[in-house]
Design a binder for this molecule. Sequence first.
Ligand SMILES: [Zn+2]
Length: 163
Amino acid sequence: MAIRKITEYPETVLGKVGEAVTNFDEKLEKLCDEMFETMYDAEGVGLAAPQIGLSTRLFVMDCEGIKLIAANPEIIKKEGEQSSPEGCLSVGKVPAVVVRAERATLRAQDLKGEWFEREADGYAARCFQHETDHCDGKLFIDHLPKMRREMVVKRFKKEKKWN
Ligand SMILES: [Zn+2]
């Protein structure tokens, strides 16, 4: 297993709609192992394939007791509203308040290609939505008003220079 390099804003792969996962084989399993390893190493709670440079509809997460692999994810149901600070490993974890659904139902395929549905609320529901967005080529900053988005990007660029 290997820790992958995390793709950072504004690399183009982060803005692309991912290709569907079609092969549910050992290669996919190995990739998911590496994604988990990379996510834990970066102290994240979720990681999507575009964040390691692959334009693929796939994410892993381990958030509030929900640990799963989601291939070809979609959010099929949303309820309520929450607004809390959110960050992204691809944007240096610079936080910004994002409005999301309080409760969300994820539909996706597991490592064997079996479809499953999982419901969550709060932080885990936020994670479902954030990671599914990555698979659609969308970043959390795309949900922000222009000014706030620019502030996050500016802070991220500054932090990169310091490191
Ligand atoms: Zn992210």
